[in-house]
Design a protein around this ligand. Structure first.
Ligand SMILES: [Fe+2]
Length: 283
């Protein structure tokens, strides 16, 4: 199975016009995923789907997702509104009042969590959500599982967009994941940058955003005094492909857009490329 991940779409940041930049960036990304020769089986959109949690953005998203021809499964982020999403988008994936669900159709089981804490920028994961996750994981201990959530439950090294190590909600996610050895990957968003980390006995990946990226600036930051550092940069829209093959999950970072092609597999390159492909491995 190939699981594509997109995150932090922030549709509606510049208003509701059809050519709104974050909408265009999302459409570019989905068009690229749909045009891959080896297509993803599904797309997980891991939160901050809308920038303001408004109904118009969710209607636009439904249309854009449908037009892509790919099955897109949503998660909620801190910019989303659970109630508005549920009303406009879909009620079907809600369990116990949260947008949390399990997908069983593929060789990797997919568990989507809801870390939205209304009114907060950071995440939330209460005892009830932790118990729900524990039950889902306990139900299939032998099936390799990917867990998706918006907020990374660990520090990011980006001082203004991080999860405090003492956050109770993050410790709650970690305690459950650490108990279930079948979790082969934990994927999230929120930081608008690609990050990989050993965490809770598995590998955690943070996918870069389709909307503009957060600058990679790790220096300490003073909440009371500005220092003119770069915060947001217009790097291109990004996505990840999590590929499950031969009992291993391997994750790739992709960048969407119309970049110049510097070499193709054609008669000009054929000799060199075939030489590389046919080389005998060193014993
Ligand atoms: Fe976020």
């Amino acid at each position: 199975v190939i699981i594509a991940q997109i995150t932090d779409l922030h549709v509606g940041f510049h208003g509701s016009a059809p050519d709104e930049p974050n909408k265009k960036r999302l459409e570019t990304t989905l068009a690229e995923l749909a045009s891959l020769t080896v297509k993803p089986d599904l797309v997980l959109a891991t939160g901050d789907l809308s920038d303001k949690g408004d109904a118009q953005s969710y209607r636009d998203l439904m249309r854009i997702f449908a037009a892509s021809g790919l099955p897109v499964y949503p998660a909620l982020g801190n910019h989303d509104s659970r109630a508005t999403f549920r009303e406009v988008f879909s009620d079907a994936l809600f369990h116990e009042g949260f947008l949390q669900y399990v997908l069983e159709d593929w060789p990797v089981r997919i568990v989507v969590l809801d870390t939205l804490e209304e009114g907060a920028h950071g995440g939330g994961f209460d005892v009830a959500r932790a118990a729900w996750l524990d039950r889902q994981l306990s139900a299939a201990p032998d099936r390799p599982t990917l867990v998706a959530l918006h907020h990374p439950p660990f520090p990011s090294d980006i001082p203004w967009l991080t999860t405090q190590p003492q956050a109770g909600w993050a410790a709650r996610v970690e305690a459950v994941i650490a108990r279930h050895a079948q979790v082969v990957r934990v994927i999230s968003g929120h930081i608008h940058r690609a990050i990989f980390r050993q965490w809770a006995g598995t590998l955690a990946a943070v996918c870069a955003s389709t909307s503009p990226q957060v600058a990679l600036e790790m220096a300490d930051m003073d909440a009371h005094e500005t220092d003119n550092r770069r915060l947001i940069v217009a790097e291109p829209a990004s996505y990840m492909l999590h590929v499950w093959r031969d009992g291993v999950m391997q994750s790739h970072c992709g960048v969407a857009g119309d970049f110049p092609v510097l070499a193709r597999y054609d008669p000009v390159t054929h000799h060199n490329i075939s030489h590389i492909m046919l080389e005998e491995p060193v014993a």
